[in-house]
Design a protein around this ligand. Sequence first.
Ligand SMILES: NC(=O)c1ccc[n+]([C@@H]2O[C@H](COP(=O)([O-])OP(=O)(O)OC[C@H]3O[C@@H](n4cnc5c(N)ncnc54)[C@H](OP(=O)(O)O)[C@@H]3O)[C@@H](O)[C@H]2O)c1
Length: 332
Amino acid sequence: MKYQKLGKTDLNVSVVSFGAWGIGGGIVWPDMNLGVENVKSLLDEAKDLGINYIDTAPVYGTSVSEKLLGEALKGRRDDFILQTKCSLNWRGDGGNFHYSRDGVTVNNDTSARAVKQDVEDSLLRLQTDYIDSIVVHYVCKSWPVEETMGALQDLIKEGKIRAVCLSNSQPADLEEYEKYGHVAAVQEFFSLLSPFHGYDYFENCTKYGTTFQVYGSLEEGFLTDPKFVDKTFPKGDVRGKLPWIEEPIKGAIHTLFDETLTPLTEKYNCSYANLIQAWTLKQYPNLNLLTGFRRAETMRDTVKCFDIELSDEDCKLMSEKAAPAQVPVLDK
Ligand SMILES: NC(=O)c1ccc[n+]([C@@H]2O[C@H](COP(=O)([O-])OP(=O)(O)OC[C@H]3O[C@@H](n4cnc5c(N)ncnc54)[C@H](OP(=O)(O)O)[C@@H]3O)[C@@H](O)[C@H]2O)c1
């Protein structure tokens, strides 16, 4: 495993981080809830592989992911760097409407009162007295950044959190937040099929020493197997709404696999996921690869991406050949 400092903090995180959205079910995995024993096994595997950085959020499975982690981390909390999020909540005590699903209405609220309450709620669910890193889940303009960041700085002083990150944000948001404290990482959607937001962001990350934490690099599975795009997804599964399954993009994805990705996996003797992750890691030096896991096999396979010495030429080829399948902006 490779490690990096998270932004300018002293948190030494594994470059592959464990995305725990899927363990609690939710809009991509509606029928999933792994249960505590399976989550414990996944954490055992993560530890063996050197993955020490976990990402969750209150809304993943509407508290299920955090609660499972809280149980599974008992007795070994300090073995992991634990990241959760604030701003999205379903307490019904304020904020802007964000989404409504299965009878639960989730609001976005970045007021000082709300983010402080979010952290208290997560500390309880995670059964811990500190959270290493808090991500503002959806940056929002309804409250002054000074107020939000001020509250998060108070929580750092109180020892309840150690670092602040942003998500679903723009480079200008990073500029604004940095006026009131350090943003250790931005957690943003970035993939071979939609890389433009990342390209726009890298310069500002360099300016502030902020880590670019990628989510969705495997496109929730679409980039792990040539046949994935032909699947049908159950009602409620967000993958059934992604542009990848509609023509002409679907055909362009098939062509990308047939003409470029498959020959490259043969050349490098690796899985599709490894090839995609090797490409992702080459896009920016201070990049953290947040990957969703529900199975030990995919965790074990993923760490092999570090063994691949993807040439500059092949990296460029992948970017060029992906162009017909790419979409400029994708709001997941
Ligand atoms: N800030 C945000 O708004 C936001 C949004 C989305 C996600 N996230 C975070 O980012 C994390 C990752 O995103 P994601 O889960 O959407 O998508 P992802 O990482 O692109 O894809 C996860 C899927 O890829 C599979 N996979 C992982 N490694 C693999 C490998 N080596 N070979 C084959 N398949 C592999 C997983 O399989 P298995 O499940 O079978 O292991 C899972 O189905 C989430 O868990 C969450 O923590 C944040």
